[in-house]
Design a protein around this ligand. Structure first.
Ligand code: NAG
Ligand code: NAG
Ligand code: NAG
Ligand code: NAG
Ligand code: NAG
Ligand code: NAG
Ligand code: NAG
Ligand code: NAG
Length: 905
C-alpha cells in the first residue's frame, strides 16, 4: 500500500510539475487486479485499478508472449448481473481522449470456457468482446469527453461467462483531431479503432514515446497489399503542420510506394456491418511529387490527388454500411503512395436522458432510502431497473412494495412518462403533482391508502388506463374524469366511494369497475345522491364550461377561496357572454372587462398578434421548463424582452392568472425582474418580462462555455447581496407578501453590469394574504433546492425560500450543482455533502477556482450563514433581513481586502 501511494504521488508529481520531463500528462494506466505499481518497458507508469472500481475478484493469468511467460493480474466479475463500471476521472472536459482496454482469459479458471461480454463507454454500448475468437482482445476508442467522469463498463451476457479485464488506459488526444469529414456534428460519435497501419514499416509496432499520444501504430507486414511495392524510409525535413491528428514524424517517414504496377491495394476485413471512418496520411518523402486516384471499395473518391515534395497531408472518408474495405491507390502520374492508414468504426453516442428526469429519479431513489443501483444515465447503455425508455426518454417507471408515502412533486418532472405504476407503495392523501404528465397513458396507483382524487387527474390528457383499486378513496367520483377522452379502463374497486357515477363516464368506450364500494352506480335509483349532502366530503372542483373545443384547456376554477365565488360568478357570466360574442367577432380576451378595469402600472396588455410579431413567430427559445418555454422578443420600440409562454395552465384559472399578473405589475424593485406586460387570449397565457442579456447565475457557474472564472468571490457576494435584496422585498416590502417558492441559480438573472435580479416569482404560486403565517399547498419547486420541512409538512413559509437561498449560497461557495450526477452517492447532494464542512474546514469544499483570492473571514461568514439557511428545522433559519445583513458584511470585508491588496477584480 505504501508503495502504491508512493507511485500515485509520483504520477501526481510527474503530471503536474514535471510536464517537460515526463510528457505523460493526462495518461492513466490501470493494471486491472494489480496491487503494485510499476514502469513498463516504454517508461509508462502503471497503477492498481483499485481506486476506480469496487467490485470484482482478482486473480492472475499465465501469459505466454513470444518466448517469455509471465504472470499477469486480471479482474473478473463472477455473478455479475448488471454493469461493472470503472469510473475514470477526466481532467479536461470537452476534449478528446483515447481509451484502450485489454481483456485476457487464458483459461485462468481451468474451465476452458472463454467468456463473451459487452463493453460500454458513457452512454454508448461500444462493442462485444468474445474471447473465444481472440485471447487477449484489445479494444480502443476515440472518445469525446462530455463530463469529468467517464464510465467504462463491462456488461455480462447471460450464460456467456464472467467478464474479465486486464488493463485500461486513458490518453489525451490533440484537440480537433478525427473530426474532419465526419459530418456536421463533430464529437457526437465515438470511434472504435479497427486498423492503425504504419505503411512501409515492417518492424513491429510503434507507440509512446514515438507517438506522444501513445497511439499504437502497427507495421504493415501483416496487411501486405496484394500488389508488390517498395517501402521507403527517407529522413527528410518535411512540413507536417496543419494535420489536427498530429501523427508522429517517424510514422510519416515511411511509406509504401508503388514502383511498377498500376495500383496498390489494401484489403481490410471488418468485423461488423457498420459505418466507418478512414484517415489516410501522405507525406512527400519522394524526390518527386506523386499524383494518383484514391478508390474505396471500387469507387474513385479522390481523383488526381497530388502529394507534394516535403509536404504532409491527409484524406478523410466515411463509408456507410460496409463490412469489408478495399483502399486502392491508382497510378495517374509517378508513384502512388501512402504513409499511414487509420480505420475506425463509427459508434454513435446515444443522447443522454434529460437532466430534469435524471435528477427527479435520483431524488426518488433517495426518498425510498434504497439503493436501486441507479447510476449514470437511466436509458443508456442499459436501462435502469424499474425503468423503461424509448429513444433515450424515460417513458415508464414502476415502483412497488416500498414505502413512498406521498406522490412527490418530482414525479411531475418526468415529462416523458407514458406508464407510471406505483402500486403498493403506501401512498396516502391526495392524488397530486401529476398534472404535468401530458403523455401519461397508464397510471396504476392501486393497493395504496389514497383518500382523495385531487384535481390533477383531469389534466392527464392522454390517459387510457387508470387503476385506483384498493385505496381509501371517499366521497363521490369527480365529473372531470369524464373529460379524459382516451380513457378506456377506470378501476375504482374496493374503495369507500358512494353516490351516483357522473354521466360523463357513462360511455361505450369506457369500462368502469366499481365493485367493493359503499354504493356506486350510474343509476340514481339505487343510491342516494350524496352530492347534495353537504356533510359529505366533496371535491372542491367545478368545471366550467363544458365546451368540447376548449375543455382540454383545463378552465377549472377553484371555488371556495375568499371572494372567489363572487368573482367566479362574474367570470362565468363573462364567459357566457363571450361564447355568444365569439362567433361574431374576433375578440379573444376572455376577461377583457376585468383586464381593462385595472391600473396596470407600467405593464402593458399585449395582443397575441403583437407577441407573435415581437418573437418573430416564436423563433428563438432562450429557456425551457416544466412551465413552458421562454422566447426572445423585440418590442416595436426595439426593447428586448423575454416572453414566457405558459403551457402549464393547470395551475391557474383565468381569474387567478389575471389577478396574479396584476399583483406582479405592482411590484417594482431594482433586484426583481420587471414585468413588461402580458397577453391573455383564449388559448394563451403569456407573460412578458424585461430581458437580461447576461443570462442566469447558473449559466455563469455551469454553462457550456463556462464563464465561471470570471466569477470572482467578490462578484459572487455582490450577486448574493442583490438577490437577497430582491427576496427581502418580496418577503417584507411588497403587499401582499410573496413567497418565491423557486429560488435557484437559474432564477437569478444578470444584467449587462452583472447586477443580479430575481425572476420567476409570483405566477402560479400562492400569494399569501394579510396576516396568514403560512399557506398549505401542493409542493412545488426544484429538486435540490426543496426545503425538506416544507416537503414533509407542506406548510409553506418564507423560511422555505431561505433554505433554497442557502443552497444558492453553497453553490457560490463550492462551485457545484445542488445535485451532482457524477461522483459517489455521498457527494450526490450538495447540502448533505457540504454541511459537515461549513462550520469548520470550509476550505475543503471551496470552489477550486476561488482558491487564494478571498479573505478568509469573508468566506467564513458566508459559509456560516449558508449553514444556518439549510438547517432542517425552519425555525433555526435566519430571516431574509438577517441573511442580507450578514451577506453585506461578508461583501464589505472582501471589498476592503481587495482594496488593501490593490487588486480589484
Ligand atoms: C526509460 O527511462 C530510462 C531512464 O530514465 C532510460 O534510460 C530508458 O532509455 C527509457 N526507456 C525508454 C523505452 O524510453
Ligand atoms: C469472489 O470473491 C468473493 C469474496 O471475496 C468470494 O466469496 C467468491 O468465492 C469469489 N468468487 C470466485 C468465483 O472466485
Ligand atoms: C484542455 O483543453 C484545452 C482546450 O480545450 C487546452 O488548451 C488545454 O491545454 C487542455 N489541458 C490539458 C491538461 O490537456
Ligand atoms: C463467441 O464466438 C464463438 C466462436 O466464434 C461463438 O460460438 C459464440 O457464439 C460467440 N459468443 C457470443 C456471445 O457472441
Ligand atoms: C506547411 O503546410 C501548411 C499547410 O499544409 C502551409 O500553410 C504552410 O505554409 C507550410 N509551411 C511551410 C514552411 O512550408
Ligand atoms: C476487395 O478486393 C478483393 C480482391 O481484389 C475483392 O475480391 C473484393 O470483392 C473487394 N471488395 C470490395 C467490397 O470491393
Ligand atoms: C406490499 O408491499 C409489502 C412490502 O412493502 C409486502 O410485504 C406486501 O406483500 C405487498 N402487498 C402486495 C399486495 O403485494
Ligand atoms: C395495477 O397493479 C396491480 C398490482 O400489481 C395489478 O393487479 C393490476 O392489474 C394493475 N393494473 C393494470 C391496469 O395493469
Amino acid at each position: 500500500m505504501a508503495l502504491n501511494s508512493f507511485w500515485v504521488r509520483f504520477i501526481f508529481f510527474c503530471g503536474f510539475w514535471l510536464v517537460g520531463f515526463c510528457d505523460q500528462e493526462g495518461f492513466l494506466s490501470l493494471s486491472c487486479g494489480g496491487t503494485t505499481s510499476f514502469l513498463d518497458s516504454f517508461n509508462i507508469s502503471w497503477v492498481s485499478d483499485g481506486e476506480y472500481i469496487s467490485t470484482g475478484n482478482i486473480t492472475t493469468i499465465d501469459y505466454i508472449d513470444g518466448f517469455s511467460s509471465s504472470s499477469v493480474p486480471v479482474r473478473f466479475f463472477p455473478d455479475s448481473k448488471g454493469r461493472e463500471c470503472y469510473r475514470l476521472p477526466v481532467k479536461n472536459v470537452s476534449s478528446l481522449i483515447l481509451v484502450r482496454a485489454q481483456f485476457a482469459y487464458k483459461n485462468y479458471d481451468r474451465l476452458g470456457k472463454p467468456p463473451a461480454f459487452s463493453v460500454s463507454l458513457g452512454t454508448a454500448i461500444t462493442s462485444t468482446v468474445n474471447l473465444t475468437t481472440n485471447d487477449p482482445w484489445t479494444e480502443e476508442f476515440v472518445w469525446p469527453v462530455d463530463k469529468d467522469i467517464l464510465s467504462f463498463c463491462l456488461i455480462a451476457i447471460p450464460d456467456s461467462g464472467y467478464p474479465v479485464i486486464s488493463s485500461l488506459e486513458v490518453r489525451p488526444l490533440p484537440q480537433g483531431a478525427y473530426q474532419t469529414g465526419i459530418g456536421d456534428c463533430p464529437y457526437k460519435s465515438s470511434l472504435r479503432k479497427c486498423y492503425r497501419i504504419n505503411s512501409g514499416y515492417m518492424d513491429g509496432s510503434l507507440r509512446y514515446p514515438v507517438d506522444l499520444y501513445d497511439r499504437i501504430w502497427d507495421g504493415d507486414q501483416s496487411y501486405t497489399p496484394l500488389l508488390v511495392s517498395s517501402s521507403f524510409n527517407i529522413r527528410r525535413h518535411f512540413n507536417f503542420s496543419g494535420l489536427p491528428e498530429s501523427p508522429p514524424v517517424a510514422i510519416l517517414q515511411t511509406a509504401r510506394v508503388l514502383a511498377r504496377r498500376n495500383a496498390l491495394t489494401y484489403s481490410l476485413s471488418l468485423d461488423v456491418l457498420g459505418d466507418y471512418y478512414i484517415v489516410l496520411y501522405f507525406s512527400g518523402v519522394l524526390p518527386v511529387s506523386s499524383t494518383f486516384d484514391v478508390l474505396i471499395n471500387g469507387d474513385v473518391l479522390q481523383s488526381d490527388y497530388t502529394v507534394t515534395v516535403s509536404e504532409s497531408s491527409a484524406l478523410y472518408f466515411t463509408q456507410n454500411r460496409i463490412n469489408s474495405l478495399n483502399i486502392t491507390f491508382k497510378r495517374i502520374k509517378f508513384n502512388p503512395q501512402v504513409n499511414a492508414i487509420e480505420v475506425y468504426e463509427i459508434v454513435y453516442i446515444p443522447m443522454k436522458a434529460s437532466s430534469t428526469t435524471v435528477s427527479a429519479l435520483q431524488v426518488i431513489q433517495q426518498s425510498t432510502g434504497l439503493d436501486l443501483g441507479w447510476q449514470d444515465d437511466p436509458c443508456s447503455p442499459t436501462q435502469w431497473d424499474h425503468i423503461g425508455c424509448e429513444r433515450n426518454l424515460v417513458t415508464s417507471l414502476e415502483l412497488s412494495d416500498i414505502s413512498l408515502r406521498s406522490i412527490s412533486p418530482t414525479f411531475g418532472d418526468m415529462l416523458d412518462l407514458k406508464t407510471l405504476d406505483l402500486h403498493n407503495t403506501s401512498l396516502a392523501g391526495e392524488i397530486q403533482n401529476l398534472g404535468s404528465l401530458q403523455d401519461l397513458q397508464k397510471l396504476n396507483l392501486s393497493f395504496n391508502m389514497l383518500t382523495s382524487f385531487g384535481t390533477d387527474l383531469a389534466h392527464l390528457a392522454s390517459l387510457q388506463v387508470l387503476d385506483l383499486q384498493n385505496n381509501n378513496l371517499r366521497g363521490i367520483v369527480p365529473d372531470s374524469l369524464g373529460e379524459l377522452e382516451d380513457l378506456h379502463l377506470l378501476n375504482l374497486e374496493n374503495n369507500k366511494l358512494q353516490g351516483t357515477l357522473p354521466q360523463s363516464l357513462n360511455k361505450e368506450s369506457l369500462e368502469v369497475r366499481t365493485s367493493g364500494n359503499l354504493c356506486l352506480s350510474f343509476s340514481t335509483m339505487t343510491c342516494n345522491d350524496v352530492s347534495s349532502n353537504p356533510s359529505m366530503e366533496t371535491p372542491q372542483v367545478t368545471i366550467v364550461p363544458n365546451n368540447k373545443r376548449i375543455r382540454r384547456k383545463h378552465l377549472a376554477i377553484i371555488l371556495g377561496a375568499v371572494g372567489g365565488a363572487v368573482f367566479s360568478a362574474l367570470f362565468i357570466c363573462l364567459l357566457a357572454f363571450l361564447n355568444i360574442k365569439k362567433r361574431r367577432s374576433e375578440v379573444k380576451y376572455t376577461t377583457r372587462a376585468t383586464v381593462e378595469m385595472r391600473d396596470w402600472n407600467a405593464a402593458r396588455v399585449f395582443s397575441f398578434k403583437e407577441i407573435k410579431a415581437a418573437t418573430n413567430n416564436f423563433k428563438e427559445v432562450i429557456g425551457r421548463g416544466s412551465f413552458g418555454s421562454v422566447y426572445l422578443g423585440k418590442l416595436s420600440n426595439r426593447k428586448l424582452v423575454a416572453v414566457k409562454v405558459r403551457f402549464d395552465k393547470t395551475q391557474l384559472g383565468a381569474d387567478s392568472f389575471i389577478n396574479e399578473v396584476y399583483v406582479l405589475s405592482q411590484i417594482r424593485h431594482q433586484n426583481l425582474v420587471c414585468l413588461e406586460g402580458f397577453c391573455y387570449e383564449s388559448k394563451q397565457q403569456i407573460v412578458v418580462y424585461e430581458y437580461l442579456p447576461c443570462g442566469s447565475l447558473a449559466d455563469h457557474l455551469y454553462g457550456p462555455n463556462c464563464q465561471k472564472y470570471s466569477l470572482s468571490w467578490v462578484r459572487r457576494l455582490k450577486i448574493a447581496v442583490d438577490a437577497a435584496k430582491g427576496l427581502d422585498y418580496l418577503h417584507n416590502g411588497s403587499q401582499p407578501r410573496i413567497i418565491h417558492r423557486d429560488v435557484k441559480c437559474s432564477n437569478i438573472l444578470l444584467d449587462k453590469d452583472m447586477n443580479a435580479k430575481l425572476s420567476d416569482f409570483g405566477l402560479s404560486k400562492q400569494v399569501t394574504q394579510g396576516e396568514a403565517t403560512h399557506v398549505t399547498t401542493l409542493v412545488k419547486g426544484t429538486a435540490g433546492y426543496l426545503d425538506p420541512e416544507y416537503y414533509s409538512t407542506q406548510q409553506l413559509t418564507e423560511k422555505s425560500d431561505i433554505y433554497s437561498f442557502g443552497v444558492v449560497l453553497l453553490e457560490l461557495i463550492c462551485g457545484r450543482e445542488p445535485l451532482s450526477h457524477s461522483g459517489t452517492p455521498d457527494t450526490f447532494n450538495l447540502v448533505l455533502w457540504a454541511k459537515p464542512y461549513l462550520q469548520a474546514g470550509i476550505f475543503e469544499v471551496v470552489d477550486e477556482s476561488l482558491k487564494g483570492t478571498f479573505e478568509v473571514e469573508s468566506m467564513r461568514k458566508a459559509a456560516l450563514v449558508a449553514a444556518r439557511c439549510v438547517e432542517r428545522e425552519a425555525s433555526q433559519r435566519p430571516t431574509i433581513a438577517l441573511l442580507l445583513a450578514e451577506l453585506k458584511e461578508a461583501y464589505s470585508i472582501q471589498l476592503s481586502y481587495l482594496a488593501t491588496c490593490g487588486h480589484i477584480h
